[in-house]
Design a protein around this ligand. Sequence first.
Ligand SMILES: Nc1nc2c(c(=O)[nH]1)N[C@H]1C(S)=C(S)[C@@H](COP(=O)(O)OP(=O)(O)OC[C@H]3O[C@@H](n4cnc5c(=O)[nH]c(N)nc54)[C@H](O)[C@@H]3O)O[C@H]1N2
Ligand SMILES: Nc1nc2c(c(=O)[nH]1)N[C@H]1C(S)=C(S)[C@@H](COP(=O)(O)OP(=O)(O)OC[C@H]3O[C@@H](n4cnc5c(=O)[nH]c(N)nc54)[C@H](O)[C@@H]3O)O[C@H]1N2
Ligand code: SF4
Ligand SMILES: [Mo]
Length: 723
Amino acid sequence: MATPPTTIALLTKSFGPTPQYAPPGGWQHQGEPDKFVATHCCFCGQQCGINLKVKNNKVIGFEPREDFPFNKGKLCPKGIKRYMQNEHPDRLLHPLKRTANGFAQISWEEALDTTVREIRRIQREYGKDSFAMLSGVSLSNEKSYLVGKFARVALQTKNLDYNGRLCMVSAGAGNKKAFGIDRAANSWADIPLADVILVTGANVAECAPITTDYIWRARDRGAKLIMIDPRVTPLARTADLHIPVRPGGDSALMNGILHVVIERGWVDQEFIDNYTSGFDAVKETVAKYTPEYAGELSGVDPALIVKAAEMWGPAKTSFLLHARGIEHHTKGVDNVLSCINLVLASGRLGRPGCGYGTITGQGNGQGGREHGHKCDQLPGNRDIENPEHRKYISEVWKIAESELPGKGNTAQEIIELMHAGEIKGLLSLCFNPVVSLPDAGFTKEAFNRLEHYSVIDFFLSETARHADIVLPGSLHEEDEGTSTSAEGRVIRLRKAVDPPGEARVDWHILQDIAARLDKASHFSFQSSEEIFNELRVASKGGTADYHGITYEKIEKNMGVFWPCPTLDHSGTPRLFEDKQFFTPDKKAHFNAVEYRPPAEVTDEEYPVVLTTGRVVSQYLSGTQTRRIGALVDQYPEPLVEVHPTLAARHGVVSGDRVTVETRRGAVTLAAIVVTTIREDTVFIPYHWGDDKSANLLTNRALDPVSKIPEYKVCACRVTRVHA
Ligand SMILES: Nc1nc2c(c(=O)[nH]1)N[C@H]1C(S)=C(S)[C@@H](COP(=O)(O)OP(=O)(O)OC[C@H]3O[C@@H](n4cnc5c(=O)[nH]c(N)nc54)[C@H](O)[C@@H]3O)O[C@H]1N2
Ligand SMILES: Nc1nc2c(c(=O)[nH]1)N[C@H]1C(S)=C(S)[C@@H](COP(=O)(O)OP(=O)(O)OC[C@H]3O[C@@H](n4cnc5c(=O)[nH]c(N)nc54)[C@H](O)[C@@H]3O)O[C@H]1N2
Ligand code: SF4
Ligand SMILES: [Mo]
């Protein structure tokens, strides 16, 4: 019997989340749990261990998990409150379809049949690649792998990409160029052993909170800390040296530091000669980046550049960390390479206390970038255009190589093609592009032009509101699986509860769609572990080799670091110990980088630099954390950080409403006047949608190599709103 179409009042009346939710009796009075489930936090790439308390098939709270070596019981505010989304009344419990009166509940049969009918129609009328797929790396390794296979084998489209395109791709491209492998070079155990730590473009205390503990342990031993950021972030307040770089100035700044390091003779010539290539070109390039020239380009006092070189250069051990502050740029890859050049010149890699790493952002931002989620990638971090790689994966997937699509478009390019009317249909999961992509007005127009859009999510995100069919998926704690942390450690996620109502585990939904596309024989997995075992084979021989990792081994050892090629291999916490790199010539490659200005620079009309990022209590596009009351209380809405000098120029005091305007749009928000930001720069966190969205302002310009958007710099003007 067909389900009668009842519009869902909660979803149509108000799109805003209902954060004040607490179960009857309140969270504190849920009684004794039936069991504890040892698993991991669902949010950031630190992947802290946590014990979930479960009662009557519901998560009712948590206990610290002291046994997991990374965080040893410590959690940040998000980890502590993560369980509170489990029973939220906004949770999608039934499939929905769009009607003239809002969303109506439908049966799974109707939802899946409609999705598949539209996939077939669009692909018949406009070609296979006119139907695209977008995915995300809050998904487990198993789901990420399955998505890659699903898009190529079931949808047969080349147009699959993922939300890591907004996150890890500049670091990934830089790391591959220099080292031939895309992973932090060390486990975090090397951080406390470093004598100097240089952190650039990373708000460690708010975005990788547990890493703070590692850095403090180094400082307890007397280590020096250098922080490079346009803002004095919480960790920067305790640093030995803070360099307030002008957004977009990083490659010039790093070239300047390397200039001084070379001039003073603090390079490891033996390491450079034996294990690297390309140093002479770099030396020649940085020769003109004197502290004065580099300081002028990056907006900092030349003395600070000299001071940084004096701290970094002669140290015995060191660790360099960066995150999106240097990567979210049209020269994100160049910025990363300029950091790697400094590390290589010092020769401090592959030894205790000597390390380098990008701080991976999303929960499975590491694993999710290895298993074929990207438009140019096959599992094991293989290349979709390499004939040998294609042949191997076609054999694993039991298809003819000719059936395997080629390289597709990246996430932002897919949106551009939707806007241009070339991509007509979309299936997405685990991605909220209407909030998270730059130039949100443009993104919304692109979604409105689709002929069909199906989404798998557990909340009705801002993007899901554009869907024709909504398929209710699963939370982290509703499925078994694995994830790979920022350190490169593969860990076990454990199922605590079943999906509520009619919601289904994400990969079951993909298998149901595949079956309706007549591909059941390729998608007949009975468990997450079966998917993982196919992933192991598919990754075998690739750089991201998981072949020697099993569920049992992960559980026994509290995680296994890849590469791990064989069952008797214990994993690789520290890369490059043998000074062998993963490039064809086994050497590490220097890459000369010339400074380029950002895509949009300030002028008379738009005289202020806008940069965007995060706050500790909110996560990404906010669909989850904006529904957790305690986190909303901590930071209820976006504030514009303004320096007192700029504030005075506009007569603004904290709490005043200001309009921030760029060539793309305007938002009006409350200002917060702080001395911790550059005078020429304002900062807005991006975790909100609709009229509070920072991405109404940001620029769609992309890095030519990584295709990451330039979230970290554009030109704006600020005006005070008079009551
Ligand atoms: N609380 C919280 N934690 C998170 C997340 C979250 O949403 N909330 N998200 C996770 C994810 S996916 C990611 S990618 C990471 C991101 O982690 P981070 O990259 O640490 O966070 P962001 O706030 O995006 O940016 C970091 C810093 O870059 C600075 N910055 C801006 N422009 C520049 C520049 O041109 N040069 C330099 N050197 N610095 C600049 C900003 O002032 C900011 O302090 O966090 C992860 N952890
Ligand atoms: N202005 C500006 N914009 C930015 C950034 C910035 O610094 N500034 N940072 C960028 C970065 S680094 C990132 S990583 C992106 C993130 O941007 P998005 O990936 O769009 O953000 P999320 O909030 O993770 O969106 C994921 C969606 O998937 C759902 N979801 C989460 N887990 C699961 C799951 O297991 N299954 C299913 N089916 N759904 C799930 C959530 O409910 C949510 O609707 O934002 C980018 N956008
Ligand atoms: S640091 Fe990251 S993984 Fe750890 S509790 Fe906080 S959000 Fe979760
Ligand atoms: Mo990210």
